[in-house]
Design a protein around this ligand. Structure first.
Ligand code: NAG
Ligand code: NAG
Ligand code: NAG
Ligand code: NAG
Ligand code: NAG
Ligand code: NAG
Ligand code: NAG
Ligand code: NAG
Ligand code: NAG
Ligand code: NAG
Ligand code: ZN
Length: 325
């Protein structure tokens, strides 16, 4: 019956309910008795599955799929969309008000955005993203969790559907230069960390910044797509993954706050660090052909075209740009 407890906790991470008992420890990242290598035993029906996340994305192996169009983001510009920020003991989670949604992007229907949370290593120099691209691990990764709108926020139903959840993954990397406290949206978000230093603490988020403000600088038309799972027990294989290619750039001091402010338990316990699952076996990944959508790429194509004739030019262009997709 242990797995039922674990399943209940997984749903707690998706959407906090009255059933969520914050004291119970069923899985963890760092104790030998419950770390990630024990998850296939704690929750064998899914964590031991064949469609598990996270994965290393091999950019050159991603199949082109023209159906991977842009998303529509509803209420991502709303500066009151964030409800509360919580230290769960495993991560920092921000719950969202109802009415925040995504659609498009080759998803089968509308999905409600329920919460986002973060994965990190140990400061900006010890990376802790969950997905890697061509073997590169980024300092942090933000996950926005979405559930099919037809389930009306009932994640118990959503995790039983192989596409019941849609996760948006955004890498976070260090902003170049020597800036601090940037961007302002991340300064605003991280200012709450000092209020949730111990496990179970939660404070409301005041109006002032939006999801779009946090996702600043990312071209959201460029992403990888694959079918995978939740990256924590019970690892349900119910997730349509979207991993955006461009990272959010956040100044080093703000990235460092995550691994130096929030703790796994009480004020005497250690800081929350290295909260990512190890890589799982590869899955088929697709991406859209956007090699000619950026200005620099089309300029390059055009110059080659002038030199080599238009037809040959576009061939060379497609060939030479594809490895960087
Ligand atoms: C989990 O703990 C075991 C036993 O201490 C250790 O051998 C293993 O490396 C740990 N695995 C992870 C993923 O932390
Ligand atoms: C996980 O699956 C592998 C291969 O199917 C199997 O050998 C192993 O015993 C399973 N482990 C658990 C804990 O179920
Ligand atoms: C794109 O969508 C069409 C219509 O739904 C479908 O028939 C086709 O298989 C899709 N292509 C890919 C690569 O998934
Ligand atoms: C923004 O979100 C708040 C809180 O959910 C909501 O009351 C308000 O109507 C939303 N604004 C718009 C323009 O949708
Ligand atoms: C994280 O980094 C800090 C500062 O470099 C170091 O003191 C600490 O031991 C590291 N923690 C882990 C778990 O590696
Ligand atoms: C979610 O759906 C399940 C299965 O249909 C049902 O038993 C449960 O009561 C629902 N939960 C909520 C909170 O509505
Ligand atoms: C970054 O800022 C620090 C402190 O202000 C300064 O000492 C250092 O030279 C700066 N580095 C660069 C590359 O600008
Ligand atoms: C940051 O928070 C302040 C105070 O609530 C607000 O005025 C400002 O617009 C916010 N800026 C961003 C970019 O989030
Ligand atoms: C966060 O903590 C500061 C300092 O203790 C306090 O002034 C502020 O009201 C707290 N904010 C929230 C939202 O609880
Ligand atoms: C967390 O801290 C509380 C209070 O000190 C303690 O009773 C409990 O055993 C701790 N839990 C873990 C998992 O360390
Ligand atoms: Zn996550």
């Amino acid at each position: 019956m242990k797995w039922i407890l674990v399943a209940a906790l997984a749903v707690c991470i998706l959407a906090p309910t009255a059933d969520c008992t914050s004291e119970t420890v069923a899985w963890c990242y760092h104790l030998p008795s419950c770390n990630a290598s024990t998850w296939p035993k704690i929750s064998p029906q899914y964590c031991n599955g064949t469609r598990q996340s996270p994965i290393n994305i091999v950019s050159a192996s991603a199949k082109l799929n023209a159906n991977l169009t842009e998303f529509t983001f509803v209420n991502y510009d709303n500066k009151s969309a964030m409800k509360a920020i919580e230290n769960t003991g495993e991560t920092v989670k921000v719950t969202l008000n109802s009415g925040v949604q995504i659609s498009g992007g080759d998803l089968s229907e509308n999905y409600d955005s329920l919460q986002f949370h973060l994965h990190w290593g140990n400061g900006s120099s010890v990376p802790g993203s969950e997905h890697t691209v061509d073997g590169v691990r980024y300092p942090m990764e933000l996950h926005i969790l979405n559930s099919k709108s037809s389930y009306n926020g009932n994640t118990t139903q959503a995790v039983k559907d192989s596409t019941g959840l849609a996760a948006l993954g955004f890498f976070i990397e260090v902003m170049p230069g020597n800036s601090s406290g940037k961007p302002e949206s991340w300064y605003n978000l991280t200012s709450y960390l000092a209020n949730i230093t111990t496990k179970g603490q939660s404070v409301p988020i005041a109006a002032g910044f939006s999801l779009n403000d946090l996702l600043v600088g990312v071209d959201r038309s460029k992403y990888y797509r694959y079918l995978g799972s939740l990256t924590t027990p019970s690892c349900n294989e119910a997730v349509v993954w979207t991993v955006f290619k461009e990272p959010i750039k956040v100044s080093r001091d703000l990235i460092d706050l995550f691994s130096t402010t929030v703790r796994v338990n009480d004020s005497m316990s250690e800081h929350i660090t290295d909260i990512y699952r190890y890589l799982q076996p590869a899955q088929p990944v697709s991406t859209q052909n956007n090699s000619v959508t950026t200005n620099s790429a089309s300029t390059a194509c055009f110059s080659l075209g002038l030199l080599l004739s238009l037809a040959l030019g576009s061939l060379v262009c497609t060939y030479s740009l594809s490895p960087s997709k």
